[in-house]
Design a protein around this ligand. Structure first.
Ligand code: NAP
Length: 248
């Protein structure tokens, strides 16, 4: 059966590594991005050059109309979805709650929480056996931040990731009878551009010595975990939250 995967927020970082690795393992892939069309198209071209099938679709996954358009495009261009990686995530300038605007909180919660629910809902419509689907897999990318709360830097981001831990547990129970496994990966500190958004581009190197394994992670190391959770090798795993953070 053709495996069709959507990775939200996959023009860069962990999402891009996941999309590329998935293509190399036989998935047709939808790359989703917000504004960096050049990065998304470069990845799409790389996958096509390797003989894979990929499309790149601009959509703000925190906006319902964009999500509906994204899924309709996948239906038309790749065929029935079999797997979803809810990967998109943003954080904003480091600071304390007392200085955070409602607009910032709304942006973080829309992107990091609402998008996961909207994309999962649309995926369920296509994958659930009670709706004629073949079942499938959902992997949510949360964060080790939900274990320590990220006080003084981005408590809003950490709390949004805690919501995804809980969503994973609840949806795994709701969707088991539908043939859909739902799991979660919580990365630790990984070398991507997300840290620049918080005003601390060198955060991973700075904190590397606090990681028991002695280093920051690479996006490919998270992608491996995500793809294991999507694949047959983990066929009896659902509702799991896996920390990929070097024991930090
Ligand atoms: P990143 O390098 O900053 O990449 C973010 C990606 O999300 C980009 O492709 C970006 O698209 C896309 N994006 C942002 N807002 C979007 C929106 N509203 N709609 C659609 N796409 C959007 O991030 P990353 O570090 O790879 O993080 C991936 C996931 O891992 C996130 O959920 C993050 O919270 C989690 N995580 C990361 C770390 C870490 O240390 N890196 C640690 C723990 C958890 P454009 O290119 O168009 O901007």
């Amino acid at each position: 059966m053709k495996q069709v995967l959507l990775v939200t927020g996959s023009s860069r970082g962990i999402g891009a590594a996941t999309a590329l690795m998935a293509s190399r393992r036989g998935y047709a892939v939808c790359i989703n991005y917000h504004s960096n069309a050049a990065a998304a198209d470069k990845l799409r071209a790389q996958i096509a050059g390797e003989g894979g099938q990929a499309i790149a679709v601009q959509a703000d996954v925190g906006v319902e109309a964009d999500v509906l358009r994204l899924f309709a495009t996948i239906d038309a261009q790749l065929g029935p979805l079999t797997a979803l990686v809810n990967n998109v995530g943003v954080l904003e300038q480091q600071g304390k709650l007392v200085d955070m605007s409602a607009a910032r909180l709304q942006r973080v919660f829309n992107t990091n929480i609402l998008s996961y629910f909207l994309c999962a809902r649309e995926a369920i419509k296509r994958m659930a056996t009670s709706r004629g689907g073949q079942g499938g897999g959902i992997v949510n990318v949360a964060s080790g931040a939900s274990r320590h709360g990220a006080g003084n830097v981005y408590v809003d981001y950490a709390a949004s990731k805690g919501a995804i831990d809980v969503m994973t547990l609840g949806l795994s129970k709701e969707l088991g009878p539908e043939g859909i496994r739902v799991n979660c990966v919580r990365p630790g500190i990984v070398y991507t551009e997300i840290h620049a958004s918080g005003g601390d581009p060198d955060r991973v190197s700075k904190l590397a010595s606090t990681v028991p394994l002695g280093r920051g992670g690479q996006p490919e190391e998270i992608a491996e975990t995500i793809l294991w959770l999507l694949g047959e090798q983990s066929s009896y795993v659902s509702g799991a939250i896996i920390d990929a953070g070097g024991a930090r």
